[in-house]
Design a protein. Structure first.
Ligand SMILES: [Zn+2]
Length: 91
């Protein structure tokens, strides 16, 4: 007898966890400038803060980091599994 296994492709989807929010942080890339934006979920306010910095200094480039909590779900749910697991606490 030969051992056999059945491997079945399962489709998944990934997106931002519905109980999470996208945050952005930024720092100015002009040499010698230490301007940074602390992480915020207010993306519009973050854009305005960077533009205000440019207006005051003329510094036009920023490194931005967007972060969220991603949730991967099977397109076919496992029986008995909660549809959306709770949002884990940050480390
Ligand atoms: Zn700057």
């Amino acid at each position: 007898m030969t051992p056999r296994s059945v491997i079945r492709a399962v489709k998944h989807t990934i997106g931002t966890h519905p109980q999470s929010e996208i945050t952005v942080s930024a720092c100015c890339l002009t040499g010698g400038c230490s301007w940074t934006l602390t992480p915020t979920a207010d993306l519009r306010a973050a854009d305005l803060a960077a533009m205000a910095h440019t207006g005051r200094t003329g510094h036009p480039t920023f490194a931005r980091t967007f972060q969220d909590v991603a949730l991967v779900r099977r397109l076919e749910l496992n029986e008995g599994q909660a549809e959306i697991p709770p949002l884990p606490a940050p480390h």
